[in-house]
Ligand binder design. Structure first.
Ligand code: WT7
Length: 711
């Protein structure tokens, strides 16, 4: 929508929702997949869509489940008797570790399963073959079982960086049916501690350090904070297992705690060569928990199943990532996120391919690093996020041309990609030879929800494409009316049907699962017909006449910084830990590199005078509570927050100020006069710092418009 429209009748009404605003995107041209790609694609039969039409649901997903090796075949494909707690492949039994490791032993023992590239270029790349993987997963499982006392159904928290020990640990847990909860290494000790207590883990597994931008970070210090935080919240940790980034040379400044902390290398010596039978588990047993931020303070533990999840990520890895065993596949995400779980570890290894992991920053020590890795290892499938693509372009827009690598396939994931950035990815990174999939999905969905089939459907920059196979979306407005299909009008995208990769519940909080994702559009709470239970993705979207979806971003208050989803409530709760702070509001500000950055607006307690250090204190507490990635770009101490008469902070108004966009109608606020005061204060300071943004795209304005309206 244009700036003029923004002041039109819709914007006058404060409660107007994104769903009611018509959007007029400029339509992009289609790009067609290169013939060479089509010739070798896993999904090459145009009839594939027919195998997944709605009348074939849910049996269509048998095709994905049949990619796995089952100990016992299931008797019921989908059980809907306790909605919305769907059960897939009921009666089936399997083991995820067996499927990702053992079953490839006979066919490709000496093929690389993982190739690990350390950040320092002088350090040697490590190839973990399927045979090595088998041995190491078994030994690790023996240690988890016999030394840690972990058994099926227990939870264990991993706070591991990007090293091969992380996927090995995950697969060792899966072998025993122990539920892993991996916390992104960049998260703080406090954030890790909160997740330990939420998942009731007694064991924490971490590493002393890892490399980032050439520095060996002290990661082990976070374990002490994590254990302390978990204890405050009532969860005792009995054992902390510590891997050493440089075996035999402990690098953390914090000493090991006697009786609690153990070096893995020392413990593992007793388990050398041990084999552990994979435990045959029901398809619906949990495989892992992955935390995702939401509107309220506490992150949600998304619980994923063994059978449904593994089927779904294996099927989508095959058809959408086009993975063949002989490919060399590099997903540059972190395994600490769902992308890494699904599309570095479980999907690729289940298909028996070679999955590359990189420890560090893709532009370290220079802008050519990523492309050197691709050239040296012969990577032919490349997978990353728009934030990384923007960074690579900024620091070295010609670099890819200097290296002799050839991608057949590339992925973009995690946030909307600007068409201009998409074209650079296609022309320069992909050299015009690679097909691109723009995959829309979420921590909650386990695997792709929207994407083109790479060999069969044309690409459209900025659109994810149609729904994935077997996924039937609908766009609703706020009142539950269906937004006409293909109308280009924005609304809330929902998935009408269950799918095997969907999370099973919010760990320990089934009510929240129902409330956040199903209550809004449920048609009949008594119904056991899945058709009455659309899944509310909490994303805004439009659908073009050609059926392609454009995802507009979250409708709730989440700020997506470089692909990390930060809850506004989490940021605000952290800020009010600072003594002087009365109220805090977090808003996104458009940032060339990171997509979005965080800005905090703070009002102080009455009578308190802002000391010079209060801004830094707030930034620090956010870093400590959440992580460095959440550090605000600016902290503004303001006289008061703009509020509605019912006392809600109008984040949308503040976001308008931070981004130099229209603040909208403020006449219904309790204190409209404060808006101009803050605007002058903040924008003057920004101008002085040279932080005036470029003109925003319609989509960005649309996103800001929607921001803060979910409350
Ligand atoms: C949110 C999910 C997807 C796995 C990694 C992030 C946004 C995701 C796209 C895309 C536009 C996208 C959505 C979604 N998003 N993919 N291709 N185009 N937006 O998982 O942290 O759970 O975030 O990321 O808003 O809801 P996540």
């Amino acid at each position: 929508m244009t700036a003029d429209d923004a002041q039109g009748p819709e914007a006058e009404e404060l409660e107007v929702s994104e769903a009611q605003i018509a959007v007029h995107w400029k339509e992009e041209e289609f790009y067609y997949p290169p013939p060479r790609f089509i010739g070798q694609a896993n999904a090459s039969d145009p009839a594939i869509r027919e195998r997944f039409t709605e009348d074939k649901f849910p049996e269509c997903f048998k095709e994905y489940a049949d990619l796995l090796t089952w100990d016992e075949y299931w008797h019921t494909t989908l059980d809907t008797s306790n909605p919305p707690f769907w059960r897939w492949f009921v009666g089936g039994r399997l083991n995820a570790s067996f499927n990702c490791v053992d079953r490839h032993l006979r066919t490709r023992p000496n093929q690389g399963a993982l190739i690990w590239v350390p950040e320092l270029e002088s350090d040697e790349t490590v190839v973990v073959t399927y045979r090595d993987l088998y041995r190491r997963v078994n030994e690790t499982a023996a240690m988890l079982r016999d030394f840690c006392g972990l058994k099926t159904g227990d939870r264990v928290t991993l706070h591991m960086p990007m090293v091969p020990e992380l996927p090995i640990l995950m697969l060792a847990c899966a072998r025993l049916g122990v539920i892993h909860s991996q916390v992104f290494a960049g998260f703080s000790g406090a954030a890790c501690g909160g997740r330990i207590s939420d998942s009731q883990s007694r064991v924490l597994i971490t590493m002393d350090g890892y490399y980032r931008n050439g520095d060996l970070l002290d990661h082990r210090v976070k374990a002490d904070e994590a254990v302390a935080r978990a204890k405050e919240e009532g969860q005792e940790v009995d054992k902390v297992l510590v891997y050493q980034r440089h075996p035999g040379r402990y690098t953390s400044k914090n000493p090991m705690v006697a009786g609690r902390d153990f070096f893995v290398d020392e413990v593992m010596a007793s388990y050398e060569g041990q084999l552990v039978d994979p435990v045959s588990l029901p398809a619906e047993a949990p495989l892992f928990i992955m935390y995702s931020s939401g509107t309220t303070g506490r992150p949600k533990g998304c619980q994923h199943s063994i059978g449904g999840y593994l089927s779904y990520v294996t099927g989508t890895s095959k058809y959408y990532q086009d993975i063949h065993p002989e490919d060399t596949y590099w997903c540059a995400a972190d395994i600490g996120w769902i992308t890494g779980h699904s599309y570095i570890v479980y999907g690729p290894l289940s298909l028996g391919t070679t999955s590359v992991m990189y420890e560090g920053v893709p532009t370290y020590p220079d802008p050519g690093r990523a492309w050197r890795i691709a050239e040296r290892l012969g990577v032919n499938i490349f997978h990353t996020a728009p934030t990384t693509i923007r960074m690579l372009r900024k620091v070295g827009s010609d670099e890819p041309t200097k290296y002799d690598y050839h991608f057949k396939h590339m992925t973009t994931v995690g946030e909307p990609i600007e068409p201009d950035v998409w074209r650079w990815y296609y022309d320069v990174v992909g050299k015009g030879e690679a097909v691109i999939v723009d995959t829309w999905w979420q921590t909650e969905t386990g695997g792709f929800m929207g994407s083109t089939l790479p060999g069969l459907e044309p690409m459209k920059p900025g659109s994810c494409g149609p729904a994935a196979l077997g996924i039937y979306p609908v766009i609703y407005d706020e009142d539950g009316e269906e937004v006409p299909r293909g109308s280009g009008r924005a609304g809330n995208i929902c998935i009408r049907n269950p799918w095997p990769g969907g999370f099973q519940t919010v760990w320990g909080d089934p009510d929240r699962f129902v409330k956040t994702y199903y209550e809004k559009y449920n048609k009949d709470p008594e119904s056991t017909d899945w058709r009455d239970w659309p899944y509310f993705a909490n994303d805004g979207a439009t659908q073009a006449p050609d059926g392609y979806f454009r995802i507009l971003g979250r409708v709730d208050d989440v700020i997506n910084v470089a692909g990390h989803r930060l809850g506004t409530k989490e940021l605000e709760s952290a800020s009010v830990l600072v003594e002087e702070v009365a109220e805090a509001a977090a808003v996104p500000v458009m940032d060339e590199l990171r997509g979005r950055a965080v800005e905090m607006y703070i009002s102080l307690k009455p009578g308190v005078v802002a000391g010079p250090d209060v801004e830094e204190k707030i930034a620090k507490v956010i870093e400590n509570e959440i992580g460095k990635v959440a550090r605000p770009k600016n902290v503004w101490i303001v006289p008061d927050m703009p509020k509605t008469r019912s006392g809600k902070i109008m984040r949308r108004v503040i976001a308008g100020i931070s981004n130099f966009t229209d603040v909208g109608d403020i006449t219904t606020l309790a204190n409209p006069e404060v808006v101009e005061e803050i605007r002058v204060q903040v924008q003057k300071a920004k101008e002085a710092r040279g932080e005036v943004p470029r003109t925003l795209s319609e989509r960005e304005e649309e996103e800001l418009e929607a921001f803060g309206q979910a409350e």
